[in-house]
Ligand binder design. Structure first.
Ligand SMILES: Nc1nc2c(ncn2[C@@H]2O[C@H](COP(=O)(O)OP(=O)(O)OP(=O)(O)O)[C@@H](O)[C@H]2O)c(=O)[nH]1
Ligand SMILES: [Mg+2]
Length: 317
């Protein structure tokens, strides 16, 4: 199946992503097989508040990329549940025009794996699409809290989508938001107030930008009319060139690799300690705790002691 996926077989790719998404015992093996083939695709993150037009924009972006002969993979992250929901349906409808195109693969993924990490399984999904030959991988996430931050670790280029008339100051001022965006997209520019938002964002950039390096461009688009989409595309390409040729970009890649290892370590520790705790719990340890025959610290240590055996045996996942 891995060979099939690597040669671009859509059903095999879908199967691999499902395995990884549900964190089956084989998922680590799959990712290790993918790894040597990764690093080619341009991974683009598209984030922003609900309804800002991310899916509509992505659909237009797919159109532009396809006209250039590039293949595209899309991962739409559904923040609400690991299973299908309303957001997924909407994303599907927005991007439906590409559904018959074999050069486009669109996939919805839950935002939480069993261990609660948005980013690891999403990232792995993106890596699979990269390894399996997609030239560009777009990840759409609703910008709520942690997912905004996490997308930076995953994407080469992060586009933050803002719209006129949605509590503009709030949108922009939200903590950390200036740092996460590589470029700002003021979408729904066919509506009144887009100029004002753009001016405010530009002012913020001036205020916050320190030193040299990449200065975040502000682009106005209308996913409804297609206006500004070509310019947006050029800007995104320009950012990729910057990332691939600058010290900043090299640092970003190093941080990503470091984070990947940390995530794997965290995940393994959590899996092993959780199963050790499950075993312990079944030995009516709660009753002993209730009767004050033991205390939570001691129990925790016992759980860790028994988990240590599993670590030593080198269990994968
Ligand atoms: N006028 C106008 N409407 C737009 C534009 N882009 C998107 N819309 C509309 O805005 C609504 C939301 O669009 P989506 O593309 O689903 O937005 P989204 O950000 O993906 O939404 P979620 O995934 O639910 O967070 C839809 O009714 C779109 O038709 C635009 O440029 N101009
Ligand atoms: Mg959407």
């Amino acid at each position: 199946m891995i060979d099939k996926a690597l040669s671009g077989d859509v059903r095999a790719i879908a199967r691999l992503i499902s395995e990884v998404e549900s964190e089956t015992p084989r998922s680590e093996e799959i990712m290790r097989a993918m790894y040597p083939h990764t690093g080619r695709a341009h991974i683009i993150g598209v984030t922003g508040s609900p309804g800002s037009g991310k899916s509509s924009l992505v659909s237009k972006m797919i159109g532009t990329l396809r006209r250039q002969g590039k293949t595209v993979g899309v991962i739409a992250v559904d923040p609400s549940s690991p299973f299908s929901g309303g957001a997924i349906l909407a994303d599907r409808i927005r991007m439906q025009e590409h559904s018959g195109d074999p050069g486009v693969y669109i996939r919805s993924m839950g935002s939480r794996g069993s261990l609660g990490g948005l980013s690891k399984t999403t990232y792995e999904g993106a890596l699979i699409l990269d390894a399996c030959g997609k030239d560009v991988v777009i990840i759409e996430t609703v910008g709520v809290g942690q997912s905004e931050i996490d997308i930076v670790r995953i994407a080469d280029t992060v586009c933050l989508v803002l719209v006129p008339g949605m509590g503009d100051d709030m949108q922009i001022m939200k903590a950390g938001i200036m740092e996460i965006a590589d470029l700002f997209v003021i979408n729904k520019a066919d509506r009144e107030g887009a100029d004002k938002v753009a001016a405010e964002v530009r002012l913020m950039i001036k205020m916050f930008h320190t030193g040299d390096g990449w200065i975040q461009p502000v682009k106005m688009t209308s996913a409804a009319t297609g206006a500004g989409l070509d310019e947006l595309h050029d800007t995104i390409e320009g950012h990729l060139k910057h990332v691939r040729s600058s010290e900043e970009g090299a640092e970003r890649l190093k941080k990503r690799l470091q984070w990947e290892v940390e995530e794997i370590v965290r995940r393994r520790i959590a899996k092993i300690t959780e199963s050790a705790w499950r075993e312990r719990r079944e030995e009516r340890v709660i009753e002993k705790l209730l009767n004050k025959e033991t205390d939570p610290y001691r129990v925790a240590q016992e759980v860790l002691d028994s988990a240590m055996g599993d670590f030593r045996s080198g269990q994968l996942l």
